[in-house]
Design a protein around this ligand. Structure first.
Ligand code: ATP
Ligand code: MG
Length: 388
């Protein structure tokens, strides 16, 4: 194997934006491979082909399996578009596959596709020719309906690809093809999953974390950094900005009746996030909020919180059950970090009975005792940004 063949979905190509999406996807593929030496990217019809040295194929696959916009990838042998070379490569490929996993000996089938219509054999004729060669050389029976092993062949104008392994990639849209957003990232289970889902729909994200030292320890902050780095491996985050929330949080707590505290903190988070988003040119804010999970997440409170934001607020998890969120958190690799038992700023100075229906006029009355714009600017001024 001397290359990786990347397949991408057709859905987004309908919008007439095809060249733009393809360019973005190729850029993201290149970015994912940063640090591997001497790879070359080609874009044969409807595919992305990464040529690289044999020793880098596995590492490249591991990275490309995390690139949004790709639906599947295969390590491939690239050979001349000529039946003898294709036949030879296919036999070698099947041989290596059964060597890896003897279960493949049970049966096989050829899946041939011909984008080069001038090739002298049809897809069916290629399958028959190569199938007979594998059957003869390796004594594996053909099974067209339920084969253990599928050997794939794609015949193109400039070369043909032969493979026996197709791995799933996450699909979705290339990161940044839908624009930019700012994620409010806590150390919990939800917001990292919200990040992943947003990146999957093509948003490029930067993250903002509200830290409240010394009440919230450095371990909590480290946990958020770890989560951010895990998300960066999916290209789902570019930077993490940490702001200090302690002083403002204390003043907010004293500004109004205790049951309103959480809503007051959240509204301040929206204002600060808008200021940070001005600097990153983000067009929307993203949170891990869900409907009905905690007291602050009633429809009424979400509306009262959102009223403090200038930007569109996206909540990808709003319809998710906790179970679904946890399953996804495990799949994307954030769960084990998220469940580490460190406190979060929103559990600070929180009353035993937070309001589940904070009315906007009550909240605004409480806020009138402070200069909200100045408070938001003061929090934003503490920003420290880490490039991931
Ligand atoms: P999570 O699991 O993401 O912490 P949660 O179910 O605990 O969510 P809340 O604690 O109410 O719910 O937080 C709701 C959302 O507010 C979070 O998903 C996140 O987007 C944002 N948020 C909460 N705390 C912080 C923080 N300290 N820094 C940045 N964003 C935060
Ligand atoms: Mg939380």
């Amino acid at each position: 194997m001397n290359a990786v063949l990347c397949r991408y979905g057709e859905l987004f190509l309908k919008a007439g934006n095809r060249p733009r999406f393809e360019r973005r996807l190729v850029d993201n593929v290149r970015l994912a491979l940063t640090g591997l030496s001497g790879f070359r990217i080609e874009t044969p019809h409807g595919r992305i082909l990464v040529r690289l040295s044999e020793g880098d194929v596995e590492e490249a696959c591991a990275r490309l399996e995390r690139v949004f916009g790709l639906v599947s990838i295969s390590p491939v042998a690239v050979v001349d578009s000529e039946i003898t070379a294709i036949r030879q490569a296919a036999v070698a490929c099947a041989d290596a596959a059964v060597e890896r996993d003897p279960a493949f000996r049970r049966s096989f089938r050829i899946e041939a596709r011909r984008s080069e219509k001038r090739f002298p054999l049809t897809s069916y004729e290629i399958s028959c020719d190569v199938g007979a060669a594998i059957e003869g050389a390796l004594k594996i029976p053909v099974n067209l309906t339920d084969p253990a092993l599928v050997v794939g062949i794609e015949v193109g104008a400039t070369g043909s690809y032969v493979y026996a392994d197709r791995r799933e990639a996450p699909g979705g849209l290339p990161v940044e093809s839908s624009g930019r957003a700012l994620l409010l990232l806590s150390g919990g289970i939800d917001s990292p999953v919200a990040a992943w889902l947003s990146a999957k729909r093509g948003l490029a994200l930067d993250a903002l974390y509200f830290h409240s030292p010394p009440f919230v320890g450095e371990k909590s902050r480290d946990k958020v950094v770890t989560l951010a780095r895990t998300l960066a491996r999916w290209q789902a985050l570019r930077t993490l900005t940490v702001v200090s929330f302690t002083d403002t949080q204390k003043r907010l707590r004293e500004a109004g009746p205790a049951p309103l505290a959480v809503v007051l903190y959240r509204r301040m988070m929206m204002r600060v996030a808008d200021l940070i988003a001005d600097g990153t040119r983000a067009e929307a804010l993203v949170t891990g909020e869900n409907l009905g999970q905690v007291a602050s997440q009633t429809i009424g409170n979400l509306a009262t919180i959102e009223a403090a934001a200038r930007r569109l607020v996206l909540r990808p998890l709003v319809t998710y059950d906790k179970r679904e969120t946890i399953d996804l958190a495990k799949r994307i690799g954030t769960f084990d970090t998220s469940i580490l038992p460190y406190e979060d700023c929103c559990s600070l100075f929180v009353p035993p009975h937070p309001s589940t229906a904070a009315r906007l006029d009550d909240v605004e009355r409480a806020e009138a005792s402070l200069d909200m714009a100045a408070e938001a600017a003061a929090v934003a001024a503490t920003a420290e940004t880490l490039t991931l």
